[in-house]
Design a binder for this molecule. Structure first.
Ligand code: NAD
Ligand code: ZN
Length: 359
């Protein structure tokens, strides 16, 4: 069976395109209780962008501090209950921020129309009815959350996405001006997430001409941005990074991620390490699986004097490492892609523990 995917319905790309958001939302304002909910990264509170948000009198604007924790099921449920109690069903939800805010916007859109706790819907195709209209405005590029069909939430039992066709944004606004202020370390880690998406998508059994075309182009853009003559955080490179993030996301959608992401989920779930940073820590030690990709990744690390700490595993006891290994092992689709049908002969809990011990 070949995967049959839904894409973003509408995309606007270009410097200053954020100014079009008001016009984009206008025709939707007649729907439901005729107001919009804006979920905005706290970073923008008091910044110029705050005054440019096209919120009207009835609209609700929430500024969210994503540094406290990654999006949780409890956070979504509370927000949903509060919004419905205040003003009923909105016309739509707009997320302005990085992967965290975009995931909150996607999950909220679904939970406004699906009853009960969001924990009930963590998994594939568990959501019962479509959510409200939702728009993603990325302000950091790399995770591909703007294009993916999942909204990753941490719940009491699992860290797993609400994954279905309805999760995909109806509209995205890609304005490279919005990523200019991203701190250099985040710019590096999130950009590397895109690069790693491509390396993993390319090196595995599910790779195909379709996923390859996106990965090839996204990797070319990453090479310009992180290794080229004009490498660095410049407006020209921001234009490219925004497209690379989207294409890297599309590549993995049509193929799959692999060893680095499987391990990264283990690290994030058990120790709470942020997704893109976790990927960088792990990619640094995956020469056995992706020799060329890791060599190039290390060149990029060197070029930007990024320090990736070593010897982390010395601080972890066997129980912690075993837990991480189990989380990683339970991602069969990634192993099937990265290793093949016989993956269980190659990847065991002990192999995974040894990989974690390299960190
Ligand atoms: P993020 O949204 O967590 O933000 C990282 C930091 O950058 C925060 O401090 C934020 O305030 C700040 N920031 C955002 N935009 C800024 C700007 N323009 N200028 C200055 N600072 C800015 O970062 P992320 O790495 O994009 O997202 C990580 C999240 O994405 C995790 O929760 C992860 O689970 C999720 N994720 C989702 C998917 C998906 O497909 N849905 C894929 C990968 C990761
Ligand atoms: Zn990723």
């Amino acid at each position: 069976m070949h995967k049959n995917f839904k894409g973003i319905e509408k995309t606007v790309y270009g410097r200053g395109s954020f100014s079009q958001l008001g016009d984009i939302l206008a025709p939707k304002r007649t729907e439901n209780n005729q107001y919009f909910v804006f979920i905005v990264d706290q970073y923008f509170k008091g910044k110029d962008l705050e005054n440019r948000i096209p919120a009207e009198a009835k609209d609700l604007v929430y500024f969210i501090d994503v540094d406290v924790h990654e999006p949780t099921t409890e956070q979504i449920d509370t927000l949903r209950d509060e919004i419905l109690a205040k003003q009923g069903l909105p016309s739509g939800v707009v997320g302005i921020g990085g992967g965290s805010v975009m995931d909150i916007a996607k999950a909220l859109s679904l939970m406004l129309t699906n009853e009960g706790s969001s924990t009930l819907y963590q998994g594939l195709n568990l959501v019962k009815v479509p959510g409200v209209y939702h728009v993603g405005v990325p302000t950091i590029s790399g995770t591909g959350a703007e294009v993916s069909m999942t909204a990753v939430l941490t719940g009491p039992v699992k860290k797993l996405g609400l994954k279905c066709e309805w999760t995909v944004f109806n509209q995205v606004v890609l304005d490279p001006e919005l990523i200019a202020t991203v701190p250099t370390d985040w710019w590096f880690y999130t950009g590397m997430d895109t690069y790693i998406h491509c390396i993993e998508s390319e090196n595995g059994h599910f790779n195909n001409a379709y996923s390859h075309a996106y990965a090839e182009q996204a990797m070319k853009l990453c090479r310009d941005i992180y290794l080229g003559e004009n490498a660095g955080q410049t407006p020209e490179n921001d234009d490219k990074l925004m497209v690379a993030s989207l294409m890297g996301g599309l590549s993995l959608t049509y193929s799959e991620v692999g060893v680095c992401h499987a391990l990264s989920y283990g690290l994030s779930k058990i120790l709470g390490t942020r997704h893109c940073y976790a990927n960088c820590l792990i990619m640094n030690h995956l020469e056995d699986y992706y020799p060329e990709g890791v060599a190039e990744f290390k060149q990029m690390v060197k070029r930007f004097n990024v320090t990736l700490p070593q010897g982390l595993a010395k601080e972890w006891d066997d129980e912690t490492i075993t837990k991480m290994a189990h989380v990683s092992y339970n991602l069969p689709h990634m192993w099937l892609h990265a290793i093949g049908e016989n993956w269980q002969e190659v990847i065991t809990i002990d192999v995974l523990k040894d990989l974690f011990k390299r960190l």
